[in-house]
Design a protein around this ligand. Structure first.
Ligand SMILES: Cc1cc2nc3c(=O)[nH]c(=O)nc-3n(C[C@H](O)[C@H](O)[C@H](O)COP(=O)(O)O)c2cc1C
Ligand code: SF4
Length: 340
């Protein structure tokens, strides 16, 4: 039987246990994507928390991406050293680290020099190819910085999530019209990264469902997962739109994406990570021991208590103090409002 606290070896990475930190945008990078001292401090604190592994907050692959404030970037070679410093902090504590590569939106430069966001439907094929190459080059930089892996962000209606969604993508060319065409972009990204990097673990975060009319349903997400596996993906993290559900009660609405993640785990041969609302050791243990899901991942509990997993391992805590109020989304550096 799988155990929550056991080492797991996966394609070049040894995870200390089966609890991962899910990507959590800190919003503190400089406008050009540089990592600030506050950023390093956040990861230094997490590194000491005995997590199985850490996935960084979303890191944009592009300079021309103004979707969110304070995004880290891996869009230029000059940023590699700063990421190498972050990786070193985590490796010093034997914690593997995966960087979440994302595009918020594609912004086209106008003749007057200003930028305007272009919708999924208005992108030219050349711009789509440019985006594919940006993801591949960011992954190559991630490997140079020493990251153990990269996670392609295809969830939460970020750019790729909108692109694969029939609710948004109305294209009539080879990138739209059916799942095969809508998924072509992520297939090219994963295949490209696999071909051009040596030993990066390549994972993806996906929506199990878009939870909107005309959006991806679980059957489509299973098809997307199969496409990712055929492209060489090493693991898949299952999330969904409406990601950070509020007012979670232990034992009631914890682990709200588990039933979806189980369906995906039944359909594909790669390890599955499930995120969303884990607040107790009992719930996480039960998912690991009684389902075919391999990892659980958490975000808000670590904003509340960065060492929560250490506390669980040492038997000091069994339940997170996070009350899922979501006030951290609006606080400086997304710090939990209940922390001093
Ligand atoms: C402040 C904040 C920032 C987040 N940033 C990201 C992000 O960068 N990438 C991502 O995929 N999910 C992000 N999420 C979503 C979390 O990774 C997670 O999927 C969600 O909060 C549910 O898990 P939880 O109940 O353990 O918090 C963020 C959540 C919060 C609260
Ligand atoms: S502000 Fe604190 S308690 Fe509220 S959701 Fe965020 S981490 Fe949890």
């Amino acid at each position: 039987m799988k155990q929550l606290f056991e080492e797991v070896n996966l394609n070049h990475i040894t995870f200390r246990n089966r609890i991962l930190r899910s990507a959590t945008w800190e919003g503190i990078a400089t406008p050009d994507g540089g990592i600030t001292e506050v950023g390093y401090k956040i990861y230094e604190e997490l590194a000491k928390g005995q997590l199985g592994g850490i996935i960084t907050g979303f890191t944009s692959v592009a300079d021309n991406d103004f979707y969110m404030d304070g995004m880290m970037r891996l869009s230029r070679d000059e940023l590699i050293d700063q990421h190498a410093k972050l990786v070193k902090l985590l490796h010093k504590e034997n914690t593997p680290v995966i960087t979440q590569l994302a595009l918020g939106g594609y912004y086209r430069q106008k003749v007057n020099g200003s930028f305007k966001e272009v919708t999924v439907n208005d992108l030219t094929e050349n711009e789509i190819e440019e985006i594919i190459q940006k993801f591949i080059h960011a992954a190559i930089r991630a490997e140079k910085a020493g990251y153990d892996g990269v996670q392609i962000h295809i969830a939460h209606f970020f750019f790729l999530s909108r692109f694969v969604s029939p609710a948004v993508n109305q294209r009539t060319d080879m990138y739209g019209g059916n799942n095969e065409n809508r998924f072509r972009i992520v297939k090219a990204i994963v295949e490209g990264i696999k071909a051009q990097t040596k030993k990066l673990h390549v994972t993806a975060k996906i929506n199990a469902s878009d939870f909107i009319p005309g959006g991806l349903e679980i059957e489509d997400s299973i098809e997307l997962s199969k496409t990712l596996v055929a492209s060489g993906i090493d693991s898949i993290e299952v999330s969904g739109n409406g990601t950070s559900v509020s007012h979670i009660r232990t034992g009631r609405n914890e682990g709200y994406f588990v039933p979806y993640a189980q369906q995906i785990a039944n359909a594909v041969p790669v390890p599955i990570i499930v995120v969303g609302g884990f607040r107790s050791k009992d719930m996480m243990e039960s998912v690991i021991q009684t389902t075919n899901i391999d990892f659980v991942s958490i975000s808000r509990p670590l904003l509340r208590e960065p060492d929560w997993v250490k506390q669980l391992a040492e038997g000091v805590s069994t339940i997170s103090k996070c009350i899922s109020c979501n006030a951290c989304y609006n606080s400086p550096s997304h710090r939990c409002v209940f922390r001093k």
